[in-house]
Write a new protein. Sequence first.
Lengths: 159, 258
Amino acid sequence: MKIKLKAGLVLILLVLLQSTLFSRLEILGAEPDLVLAVVVIIGLSLDLKWVLLLSFAAGLLKDSLGILPAGLNTLVLPLLGFAANRLSRQMLIEADYVTAAVVFIAAISYNLVIPLLLAIMGSPVSLGISSRIILIGAIYTTLLFLLFSRLSRLPGIKF
Amino acid sequence: MAKYKFKKLTPYLVVFVVAILLSRLVPSLRNNTADTLEYPLSILSWVNSEIGAAIFFHHNFRENIKLKREILALKQKINAAEEALQENRRLKGLLAFRQDSPLSLLAAKVIARDPDNWSSAIIIDKGKKDGVRPAMVVISEGGLVGKVMESGSTTSKIMLLTDPNLSVSAMLQRSREEGLVSGTLGKLLIMRYLSADIDIKLSDVVITSGLSRIYPKGIIIGRVAEVETQFSGSSHFAMIKPEVNFSSLEEVMVVTGK
């Protein structure tokens, strides 16, 4: 229960950081999406019930602070959490670089699905802008995830 | 009588002689004693000096901590003063702009930004209670910022000009040529549908054309940074550097009336 509560608090904190401090980290219009990375980590390590609940809550909070058509993150984040959870049942994911690869794939998938859904909903984003955000966003998220996972292992720091 | 006198003087003589003898002996005694006690004395002396140094060090140490605290407090005061100065400058600019502008404006603070990469928005601390309604235009002293998308009772979400879903009818201030400006989710904006024979130069000022009912005419959007030709060759498009620095927006103004 403690780890689930901790994961929930981390997600809330990250959504708040994402809408305040992370805008300072913008590179070529893309910011790192650590909420997505944490949803993947939760998907890899918790029960499906908790994965769905926490990723749904994170998506809802993210949607409530943004202007994307309502429900996009609420829909996509639990799907990614679900996929990560299924993947963790199929293979053992322990090494940092494997987790980072999963985060990268999740970030690419997320960044492909969102513009696709936006286009379906009548707010298409041009191909040039989409490809820039998809690539830079995914690489940036993965690199920052790796940095944070390394930092979390430093003595005296415990996430 | 003489014997009596000598007897009386004897103790004085003895004292005198002993004094002379001691005066001869003591320096050598003293030297020997000092030599013998050199090590214990030097140890004691070292202990003494160390205690003194320790007391002095402790005093210095305490003073150092106190001074460091004072420096920190002063630094914080300087920082707060600098922050107040900058805020003062910004607000003065906004106030001057507000007084000069014919528009009815409501000042608001930016409290958060859109957490997504796929849209560009800010959240301000004014909502329905303050008269903010969806589709109202938001500007800053630099120029056009965006428009209100949603308004809650005390906060509102503003879609920024950098969002690709926000399009503004615009024109070049110098040549009065018209086009449509929209965001690219990056630092620059794009101005489309410029005619093939357009009179356009770098650094030309782009303003709102007032063709749409939402945006009042004449609000500055930015300056031309690049001019390109469409793939088909039938028209041009220009990249516009916005006048507003969207990444450091702290205060904005909502146009509540014209």
